[in-house]
Design a protein around this ligand. Structure first.
Ligand SMILES: [Zn+2]
Length: 827
């Protein structure tokens, strides 16, 4: 429905999946668009996006993204935007550069701060200072030691030698001609950042793409539309003269094509020469064909997720795995692209991945009879429920993605946006499709010409790259000479001074603050537990009566029930704890007894996909309270009894099976080898090992730390499986003997009391009823006393960058309860 909201704005209104109001306002004066989704809760999320097309490896989109945060012509101070945002209840500003767009986000509590910051943010985007001193510090310069530096340069240094990136670059070379917008590195290649990228180019690029006619402002949250529009009207009046008269929307090129099969192998520097990666890509459908877009995502899910997925069975869950992980990635482009990526592939098997895919998996699924339509239906049902879950809490992430896709590829057709926002309709349509439809999808898109790249790890290349880089730097220093180096030193010092000496005055900052908390929208949450029965309503008491352990209800407005089930692991010995990671990985990947019947691992996977909307197992709760093993499950209200059923299966019903344990252990070894190539992960790992005591989950719940142990377990599965079973059984009993507690997030008054059943939770009642609150260990009990002041260095061959983690620990007391504030300084 399109109507005039005012003289300036045309509005088209729709509902997101039938649940939330969504309005798209288009200005009649420029092509500026403002999208607003009335999502509930205190947070207001904003995203300003530009379509950005590049034709070189200069990294202009990325360098520009960094430079806009350095100050605008109206607010010419470095960091002023974040300073003001902080005073306006923002949790932060952020940005990303993709292959085809650049986006800037702002998240605030309440709308008042949001509306105050937005015009200042937009001024930074449309009128940044873009000075040469900013270019020097943020993008690239040569320092007094003759080394190349700069924020963007350092960032890309880490990226360029990563195996994933090297393979991706090669794959794009096979798919697109030189200088093609989908082939170029929008982040910037190092050689180009050094020699080709310049301030003038960034300024020209800014003029071409950062203006009202290429800008879309999206907002999710409780914001008065008229107030937002009147701010945007002023913004529009101010910047209208800057819209180039000859602007045509980016990405109007003809679709690329693959006419024959291509394959190449690339060497990648790596400390571990045992594992590589394989990627295979096809061009698929038109981005306006939204039904196929959705179908391909479902196809990826069907093929790769859980133990029952065909590609898991064919490549990962094998006695001798061909890969430790497998992904199917769909890229939305002028012609969409589908990539299958095999990670952690043993080098001697690098050739086998594609061969098996082409000779077994794909031919098998061209036949309709191979499809398990029962599983397909539960995947689709689960996707539909996921869309409903998003309406309650976190709509903004997926919504911004859809709006940006619309901005890029829908040629302004609003009916396509409506379709994008009503995914449930599309998913319902897919539910009606027979197996022939899915078989045809594979036939159409996965049998034609493809491009394959094999990433081969090379230890020798680590050495070679570092020698070449050293020689380049030596030559650079020599060319500059002592005098030249001194000049470089002075230049960069001068640039830093120019960027930082001006500070915003107190008057400006005083104006830009939210003085009083507004009545922002809140999620009403009431928390009660069975350890304080006096304060319970009848419904709460009835619900809590079911549980023989400490249970808290967090009652709020939701259609779902989420369980956070906690097993305290504080008392485990080191020997027991080292099995914990493998144990939790096995829970969703093993055979099990369900309602007295034994099911194979893939049948179990099928059943939980049907019964649960979300499921996960890990340690801790959102990064805290690491001593708990946490089983997290989510169901629809009407399926409440599935929570007891699956808690029982996961705590008691899992059957340990040597073959399965070996497969999972080897997959974890593969993961460790992947992590080892990433400098940032290795550094953070080392830091954690230094801070915490050895016998904590912080240290011992980690694939990298346990690499050798998992190798040993995989061997033990062949030589002495009974010992493996005994150890896992010992751990399971130890966990069940520790304190047990649960949290439920639900609307308790709306639950059907007929579904409450204490007998369903009796399986945990072996040790009798204990509803005492579990003890949370004080942070200091977990910290290694000797860690303060310690420093350690580790070499990582697969990375050109260095990483420093510095940690400062402070312990705050809050009404007798101890909580922790941890600050991480990352450089
Ligand atoms: Zn960056």
């Amino acid at each position: 429905m399109i109507k005039m909201a005012s003289k300036i704005w045309n509005v088209s209104e729709t509902m997101v999946n039938g649940g939330l109001r969504f309005c798209l306002y288009s200005s009649s004066r420029s092509r500026l668009k403002v999208a607003v989704c009335d999502s509930p809760g205190p947070m207001v999320h904003g995203c300003v996006s530009f379509c950005t097309e590049a034709d070189s490896d200069d990294g202009l989109p990325h360098t520009l993204e960094h430079l806009v945060f350095m100050g605008s012509q109206k607010y010419p101070f470095k960091g002023v935007l974040d300073l003001i945002a902080n005073r306006c209840m923002a949790s932060g500003t952020n940005a990303w550069t993709d292959q085809d767009h650049t986006a800037y986000t702002l998240d605030t509590v309440g709308s008042e701060g949001f509306l105050m910051v937005l015009p200042i943010y937009i001024d930074h985007l449309l009128q940044p200072m873009l000075t040469s001193s900013q270019f020097a510090t943020e993008v690239h310069h040569i320092n007094g030691n003759g080394e190349n530096a700069g924020v963007v340069y350092s960032e890309m240094q880490d990226h360029e030698s990563e195996m994933e990136n090297i393979v991706d670059v090669k794959l794009k070379e096979l798919l697109f001609p030189p200088a093609h917008p989908y082939r170029v590195d929008t982040g910037g290649k190092l050689a180009f950042l050094r020699d080709s990228c310049s301030l003038q180019k960034v300024q020209d690029y800014h003029k071409r793409y950062y203006h009202l006619s290429n800008m879309l402002v999206s907002v999710c949250g409780q914001v008065p539309h008229q107030k937002l529009l009147s701010i945007m009207e002023k913004v529009e009046e101010e910047y209208l003269p800057r819209v180039p008269s000859d602007f045509t929307a980016p990405f109007q090129m003809t679709a690329p094509e693959l006419t024959d099969f291509k394959e190449e192998q690339v060497e990648c520097p790596s400390d571990d020469a045992s594992r590589g990666i394989v990627e295979i890509a096809w061009f698929t459908h038109d981005p306006n064909d939204l039904e196929t877009c959705e179908a391909i995502l479902i196809l990826a899910d069907y093929f790769t997720r859980t133990a029952v997925a065909p590609m898991q069975k064919d490549f990962v869950l094998l006695e001798e795995p061909l890969a430790s992980g497998i992904d199917m990635i769909a890229n939305e482009e002028v012609k969409c692209r589908l990539t299958i990526s095999f990670q952690g592939v043993p080098v001697e098997k690098l050739k086998e991945c594609k061969a098996k895919l082409m000779s077994k998996t794909i031919p098998e699924y061209i036949k309709p009879e191979s499809w398990d339509m029962d599983r397909m239906n539960s995947i689709l049902d689960q996707e539909i429920l996921n869309e409903q879950v998003k309406l309650e809490t976190r709509i903004h992430n997926s919504l911004f993605g859809e709006i940006i896709s619309h901005q890029l590829y829908d040629h302004g057709q609003e009916k396509l946006l409506v379709k994008r926002l009503n995914k449930i309709d599309t998913l319902q349509k897919l539910k009606a499709k027979p197996a022939e439809y899915w078989a045809q999808l594979v036939q159409t898109y996965l049998t034609g010409p493809s491009a394959t790249v094999i990433g081969l790890p090379s230890e020798a290349l680590v050495e070679k790259i570092s020698k070449t880089e050293k020689a380049r730097l030596d030559a650079q220093r020599k060319a500059l000479g002592k005098k030249g180096l001194e000049e470089k030193k002075k230049e960069i010092e001068q640039a830093i001074w120019e960027n930082t000496h001006k500070k915003p005055d107190a008057d400006l900052l005083k104006k830009m603050i939210v003085e009083k908390l507004e009545e922002f929208d809140r999620f009403d949450v009431k928390s009660v537990s069975n350890s304080d029965p006096s304060s319970l309503t009848e419904a709460e008491a009835k619900f809590l009566h079911q549980f023989p352990f400490h249970t808290t209800i967090h009652s709020c407005n939701t259609q779902f029930v989420e369980l956070i089930f906690l097993l305290d692991s504080s008392h485990l010995s080191v020997c027991q704890r080292q099995w914990l990671y493998l144990y939790t990985e096995l829970l969703f990947d093993s055979p099990a007894i369900i309602d007295g019947v034994r099911y194979d691992a893939d049948e179990v996977a099928k059943l939980y996909t049907k019964d649960l909307i979300e499921h996960s197992v890990h340690t801790g709760i959102r990064g805290h309270f690491d001593n708990f093993a946490n089983i997290q499950l989510k169901v629809e209200r009407s399926k409440l009894s599935n929570l007891a059923k699956w808690t029982e299966v996961l705590t008691k019903g899992v059957i340990f099976d040597a073959q399965r344990i070996k497969q999972v252990a080897l997959r974890l070894v593969g993961d460790a080898k992947e992590h080892k190539r990433d400098g940032c992960t290795v550094a953070s790992n080392l830091m954690v090992k230094n801070i915490y005591k050895q016998n904590t989950n912080s240290v011992l719940y980690d694939a990298l730390v346990l690499e050798k142990f998992h190798e040993y377990v995989a061997e033990l599965c062949d030589t002495n499986p009974n010992e493996v079973y005994a150890k896992l059984q010992e751990l399971r009993e130890a966990l069940l003997n520790g304190s047990i507690s649960a949290h439920f997030i639900c609307h308790v008054e709306d639950l059907d009391a007929k579904l409450f059943d204490p007998s369903k939770w009796m399986f945990l009642n072996g040790a009798g009823t204990n509803i005492a609150e579990p003890k949370i260990p004080a942070f200091l009990e977990l910290v290694d006393d000797s860690s303060a002041g310690k420093q350690q260095v580790v070499a990582v061959g697969g990375s050109e960058s260095s990483f420093i983690y510095q940690v400062l620990g402070t312990v705050l007391y809050d009404g007798g309860r101890r909580s922790l504030v941890r600050d991480r300084v990352e450089r």
